[in-house]
Design a protein around this ligand. Structure first.
Ligand code: CP
Length: 311
């Protein structure tokens, strides 16, 4: 299926820069790739003759594997760049590394880095297209898109829904991409977590803030449960994991008090027993594994759209 809105972007750096029509067009495009995602034997030729490099300077399971698989399913050649064995260790700069890889004839660079703005820097220096696979706590646009796709698939719409992002908002690039996407498509967004993990400036994005999960449960159509990013925290942000779980953990008991049919999302990885219990993560309200499958379709759609804009 062709994109329903003209797509002229070589890069996908964030959802902040996209219009609602462009986001919907990418979601529709992703929908059209879903049958190929569910058929491992399906081999397409949309990106035959094109090369995609995965440039991951931070750990990843879902995003890295699904970008690689998405590119291969579309017929592209994929290069997985291993930072550990590269000349980065000899002092080569990030931009030099990327420019040298591009000189080998790369059409698309998928980049994850702990520093916000890294994909934007690359986009200024490369002729290749750049897709942001997560830059620090800034944006993770393909995660935002796959969350939107999963909500639309399960609940039939996004406009008019109330979506709560629960947990570590401060360190979450997923929260920021979700906020941009959800608000553009007409959802109401509540961010909910301990005051230390909800930066006050987040209100300027147009969201509501809550610190008491139990008070908002009955209003929410969707709970998107974010991981506590212990590795990005510079000190304790709450007294202990037990207190956090007591106040914000999504449990079967909490779900019983939530709106009927509430959808539970979690971008992963999950700290089981901290952000949500195993029975919720694996239960009927959860769409955690659907999110992963949808991530493959979203990444096929994004790579296809951006490569065609690169030409
Ligand atoms: N959700 C997500 O980005 O997971 P990974 O860090 O495993 O890619």
């Amino acid at each position: 299926m062709a994109l329903t809105s003209p797509w002229t972007h070589r890069h996908l750096l964030g959802l902040e820069q996209l219009t609602a029509a462009e986001i919907v067009s990418l979601l529709d495009h992703a929908d059209s790739f879903l049958p190929s995602c569910k058929d491992p034997g399906a081999k397409r030729t949309d990106l035959a003759g094109k090369s995609v490099v995965n440039l991951f300077f931070e750990n990843s399971t879902r995003t890295r594997v699904s970008f690689g698989l998405a590119a291969r399913r579309l017929g592209a050649e994929v290069i997985d760049f291993a930072v550990g064995g590269s000349s980065v260790s000899k002092g080569e700069t990030f931009v030099d590394t990327a420019r040298n890889i591009e000189a080998l004839g790369i059409h698309m660079v998928v980049v994850r880095h702990s520093c916000p703005g890294t994909p934007h820097l690359l986009a200024q220096h490369l002729r290749a297209g750049v897709v942001n696979a997560g830059d620090g706590a800034h944006e993770h646009p393909t995660q935002g898109l796959l969350d939107l796709l999963t909500i639309r698939q399960r609940l039939g719409r996004i406009e008019g829904l109330t979506v709560a992002l629960v947990g570590d908002i401060r360190h979450s690039r997923v929260a920021r991409s979700n906020i941009h996407g959800l608000l553009k498509l007409g959802a109401r967004v509540i961010v909910c977590g301990p005051p230390t993990l909800v930066p006050p400036e987040i209100c300027a994005m147009g969201v509501e803030v809550a610190h008491d999960l139990d008070r908002i449960l009955s209003e929410c159509h969707v709970l998107n449960v974010l991981r506590i990013q212990f590795e990005r925290q510079k000190g304790p942000n709450f007294p202990g994991v037990r207190e956090y779980f007591h106040l914000y953990g999504v449990t079967k008991e909490r779900l019983a008090r939530a709106r009927q049919g509430v959808l539970v999302l979690a971008p992963g990885p999950i700290n089981r027993g901290v952000e949500l219990t195993p029975e919720v993560a694996d239960g009927p309200s959860s769409a955690v594994l659907d999110q992963v499958t949808n991530g493959l379709a979203v990444r096929m759609a994004v790579l296809d759209a951006c490569v065609k804009a690169v030409g």
